[in-house]
Design a protein around this ligand. Structure first.
Ligand SMILES: Cc1cc2nc3c(=O)[nH]c(=O)nc-3n(C[C@H](O)[C@H](O)[C@H](O)COP(=O)(O)O)c2cc1C
Length: 364
C-alpha cells in the first residue's frame, strides 16, 4: 500500500510510492493522535491462585487449519520496492523462527516485473513452512482486477491465505487515490467462490463494524482482520504525502480524519458479537498484555504491523528481541490470569471500564 496505477510504464513511480509507504511510517509520527485502541479500558482479572507454573504456559494456537506457535501475525505491509526486500526478508525469517504468520503488502506491483515480484517471494524462500498471506486491495477489485492476476499473486508466495484489504479512508486522502468502492462486496464473493485457500478481509486501521462483518460473513469469507483505529493512521501517512503534492484539500482531509475509525477494542467486540467467523484483532496492538486482552475479548489471532516494521528496519536481532519480549509479556499475562493455554485465555474474565463501558451498551 498505497496501491498501483494501471500503467506498467509507471514502475519507477510505483517503486517510489511503495518506498514512501515504508519511509513515512518509520521517520514521521503517523500513529493515532487523540484517539486510542480503547484496549486501556479492558482490565483482565488478576488470579492470586493461578494453579499453573509460568514454564507450563503454552501460546500455540490453531487458526484456519494451521498450527502457530503463538497467536501472532506480522500484519500485511510491504513489497514492490527494493527497500522492501530487506524488510520482508527479515520479517519472514522471524515468522519462520517463531512460528508466526506473516502478511505481504499489496501485491499488484509484483505482477509488473520479476525484479518487483522477488521483493515479495523472498518471504517464501526464507519461510518455507510459515503461514504467508497474499494481499490485494478492495479498490483494485472494483477496477476489475482479473482472477488470473490474483492467482499469480497467490502463486508468487505460495500463499496459505489471501487478504483483501479495505481502505476507503486511505483512497480518499491519497493524492493519487481512487475512492471507488462500488461492487467490491460482489467481487469478494466471486473470489471466495473461485479460490480454495482461505480469504481474509481486513481494514488497514479504521476498523470493521458489525454491519460490514455480517456482509462479509454472508459473502463466504473465512476470517476477518478488524484492523481498528488507535495505531498506524493511513489518513496521516497520506496527509504527509499530500503535503509534498501541495494538495490542500487532501491535506485538510488527512488532518480532519487522522484519528477516524472504530477503536480496536470496540470493533473487536462488535465483530465478535455479530459473526461466527474467526477474527484477527489488530490496529495499535503494541505488547503481549494487549494481545492477551484481545484474545480474552474473543479474537483468535492478533496482528501487529508498525512495531515489526520498526524492528525490521534495524536488524534481525532487534526483531527477535522484540518478538521474545512480546511472547514473555503474553505468557506473563496468561500466568497472572491462570490460563495455561490460548483456549483458556479466550474464556478468561475481564472488566470493561471508562469510555468503552459507556459505548458497549450500543453493541451488546
Ligand atoms: C508500512 C506499512 C505498510 C502497510 N501496507 C499494507 C498493505 O499493503 N496492505 C494491507 O492490507 N495493510 C497494510 N498496512 C496496514 C497494516 O497491515 C495494519 O492494518 C495497520 O498498520 C494497523 O496496524 P498497526 O497499528 O499495528 O500498524 C500497512 C501498514 C504499515 C505500517
Amino acid at each position: 500500500m498505497p496501491d498501483e496505477s494501471d500503467s506498467p510504464s509507471n514502475i519507477e513511480v510505483i517503486k517510489q510510492r511503495k518506498k514512501e509507504g515504508i519511509v513515512i511510517p518509520l521517520t514521521r509520527n503517523v500513529q493515532a493522535k487523540e484517539s486510542s485502541t480503547y484496549l486501556e479500558f479492558i482490565k483482565l482479572i488478576h488470579n492470586a491462585l493461578p494453579e499453573i507454573d509460568y514454564d507450563g504456559v503454552e501460546t500455540n494456537q490453531k487458526f484456519l487449519k494451521h498450527n502457530f506457535d503463538a497467536p501472532i501475525i506480522i500484519d500485511s505491509m510491504t513489497g514492490g520496492t527494493p527497500e522492501a526486500t530487506k524488510i520482508n526478508s527479515r520479517l519472514s525469517l522471524v515468522a519462520e523462527k517463531f512460528g508466526l504468520g506473516m502478511g505481504l503488502g499489496s501485491q499488484r506491483a509484483g505482477l509488473l516485473s520479476s525484479e518487483l515480484s522477488e521483493t515479495y517471494s523472498i518471504a517464501r524462500s526464507n519461510a518455507p513452512t510459515a503461514f504467508l498471506v497474499a494481499n490485494i486491495g478492495g479498490a483494485q477489485l472494483s477496477k476489475g482486477l482479473k482472477l488470473r492476476d490474483i492467482k499469480n499473486m497467490i502463486d508468487m508466495i505460495e500463499a496459505n491465505a489471501l487478504v483483501v484489504h479495505l481502505n476507503p479512508l486511505q483512497e480518499l486522502i491519497q493524492p493519487e487515490g481512487e475512492p471507488k468502492y462500488k461492487g467490491v462486496l460482489s467481487k469478494i464473493k466471486e473470489i471466495c467462490e473461485n479460490f480454495d485457500i482461505p480469504i481474509i478481509v481486513k481494514e488497514v486501521g479504521a476498523g470493521i463494524s458489525m454491519e460490514v462483518a455480517r456482509k462479509l460473513e454472508s459473502s463466504g469469507v473465512s476470517a476477518i482482520n478488524i484492523a481498528g483505529s488507535g495505531g498506524t493512521s493511513w489518513a496521516a501517512v497520506e496527509k504527509l504525502r499530500a503535503e509534498t503534492a501541495h494538495d490542500s484539500n487532501k491535506i485538510n482531509l488527512g488532518e480532519l480524519f487522522w484519528d477516524w475509525g472504530i477503536p480496536t477494542a470496540l470493533s473487536l467486540m462488535e465483530v465478535r458479537k455479530s459473526v461466527k467467523l474467526p477474527v484477527i484483532a489488530s490496529g495499535g496492538i503494541r505488547n503481549g498484555l494487549e494481545i492477551a486482552k484481545c484474545i480474552a475479548l474473543g479474537s483468535n489471532m492478533c496482528g501487529m504491523a508498525y512495531p515489526f516494521l520498526r524492528h525490521a528496519s534495524k536488524s534481525f536481532e532487534s526483531l527477535c528481541e522484540f518478538t521474545n519480549k512480546t511472547l514473555i509479556e503474553l505468557k506473563s499475562t496468561m500466568f497472572l490470569v491462570g490460563s495455561k493455554n490460548i483456549s483458556e485465555l479466550g474464556k478468561t474474565r475481564f472488566m470493561v471500564t471508562g469510555e468503552l463501558a459507556k459505548v458497549k451498551k450500543w453493541i451488546i
